[in-house]
Every structure is written in structure tokens, then in C-alpha cells.
Write a protein that binds this ligand. Structure first.
Ligand code: FE2
Length: 255
């Protein structure tokens, strides 16, 4: 299995607090059947790219060395979760931040401030560099939560979506769980990942999360779970193409 969105690198962002925590998070991932992880530290300042790349490469090398030393069968690939501030509109070179050296770029917005128009503008900048935009946790933004069809509009532009596994059980909020479920059930989501930051909660316990989803009172269609958790993320790592999904118009249900 692959965890394609994980804040595993120690003392890099608000993820793993220490080397010890990062190590334990890796062990937990492997115990859950994860063989490959893409480290996606927050990339917040596109003008501080040298510093980011240097820090990331030191930590990646350290963690992979540790895995070898302790014979833990986990490969950690480089990546980033690029925060789409206005700087991104000036087209800095985004290639260094793609997932595992692929053409896929994981990006996120300010939860409250992003709008559909802004999201489309950002997607077009990413596409103009011959990269493929993958929106991280689309279920967490105000503009998608207030109008689900924003997901369809972004998909029409070529955006793919990675939902957080934890969102499906309401760990990140009730509204978020409704949209995440809708996206998985309709086929709008192409990827699921932990977005793990810690060991105790928001962690790398994938099986625990999948079990919690199975027991969740609201039904989530798990037929495609292997595609979302393994096959599609593995395609990214292998440099293969992930098909753009076709899915119906998403409508917000009124309660
Ligand atoms: Fe994240």
C-alpha cells in the first residue's frame, strides 16, 4: 500500500515533531501494509525553495537510511504539499515539488479564503507547466463545502482529488465527512491518504481508519478502496498516468 500524503519528515513542518516520532510513524505505516510513502511537507514559501529542498533532501536521506538500518521495508519518496498563495500565479518552477519526481503536484489552499475562480487560476498555472494538479483534501475548503459542484468545475479543468481517509469518519468535522463520502461514492476522488501529522491521532494507522470507515453509520462504498489507496498512488510513483475520473454532478444534500 502507498501513503501518498504524509507529514513524515521530522522537524520540517507541523508534522512529525522529532526523529523518534517519525520513526514510530513509519513503523506504524509498515504494520498497516504500507510499502511506499510520499513525504509531503508543507511548502509555504515558494521564494524559499533552496532552503526547502535542502532541508527535505537531508531528512529524506536520513529517514531512508534509518529504514535500511532497522530493516523496515518502507521506501520514502520526496514530495510536497504546495500551499497555493498568490506567489504561485507568478509561475515559479513547480517541478521540484511534484510527488516522487512525477508530473503530479499536490497543492492546497487557505481553507476559508480560496474561491472557485482562484482555484481554477491556480490549476491553469500548474497545467501550463505540463504538470497535473492534485488537490489535497478537497473536502475541507469553504468554497467546495458550500457548493459541491465546484468539484465538477475543477475536474473539468483537469484537477484530480486526494481525500483524507480520516475525513470519511468525521475526524476532521461532520460537513467534511459528508463531502468526502460523496466524493468517494461518486468516483470523484482518485486518491486516499492519511495526511498524517502525529502518532497518537491523525496518524499512519490506515487499517484502523479503514475499519472505522467500515463501521461508520453513514455508508461509504469501499469497493474501490484499493484503487484509491494503492493502485492510483502507485501509478504516480511509477510515472504512469492516472485516468481522469468521470462522475456525476455533485449536489449538496439538504438536511
Ligand atoms: Fe497535509
Amino acid at each position: 500500500m502507498v501513503d501518498m500524503h504524509c507529514h513524515i519528515l521530522p522537524e520540517m513542518d507541523d508534522g512529525a515533531r522529532s526523529r523518534r516520532m517519525a520513526f514510530e510513524m513509519c513503523k506504524m505505516a509498515v504494520a498497516n501494509g504500507v510499502t511506499d510513502m510520499i513525504a509531503t511537507p508543507h511548502m509555504l514559501d515558494l521564494y524559499a525553495n533552496d532552503e526547502f529542498e535542502e532541508k527535505r533532501s537531508i531528512r529524506l536521506e536520513y529517514m531512508n537510511r534509518l529504514m535500511k538500518e532497522y530493516e523496515i521495508p518502507l521506501t520514502i519518496h520526496g514530495g510536497a504539499e504546495v500551499f497555493a498563495s498568490k506567489d504561485i500565479l507568478y509561475s515559479p518552477d513547480l517541478k521540484p515539488y511534484t510527488l516522487a519526481g512525477s508530473r503530479y503536484l499536490l497543492f492546497e489552499f487557505d481553507f476559508a479564503e480560496a474561491t472557485l475562480n482562484y482555484a481554477k487560476e491556480v490549476a491553469s498555472v500548474i497545467l501550463s507547466q505540463d504538470l497535473i494538479p492534485v488537490l489535497a483534501h478537497p473536502e475541507r475548503y469553504r468554497f467546495t463545502l458550500s457548493d459541491y459542484s465546484a468539484i465538477n468545475r475543477l475536474a473539468e479543468c483537469g484537477v484530480l482529488f486526494q481525500c483524507n481517509l480520516g475525513s470519511l469518519t468525521g475526524e476532521l468535522g461532520k460537513k467534511e465527512s459528508v463531502l468526502a463520502r460523496e466524493m468517494v461514492n461518486s468516483g470523484a476522488a482518485s486518491f486516499l491518504a492519511t495526511d498524517a501529522h502525529r502518532l497518537e491521532y491523525r496518524n499512519t494507522d490506515i487499517n484502523g481508519m479503514v475499519d472505522a470507515v467500515r463501521q461508520y453509520k453513514k455508508k461509504v462504498n469501499l469497493n474501490n478502496i484499493n484503487t484509491l489507496l494503492n493502485d492510483n498512488p502507485m501509478k504516480i510513483i511509477r510515472g504512469e498516468r492516472v485516468e481522469n475520473p468521470r462522475f456525476p454532478l455533485l449536489k449538496k444534500k439538504l438536511f
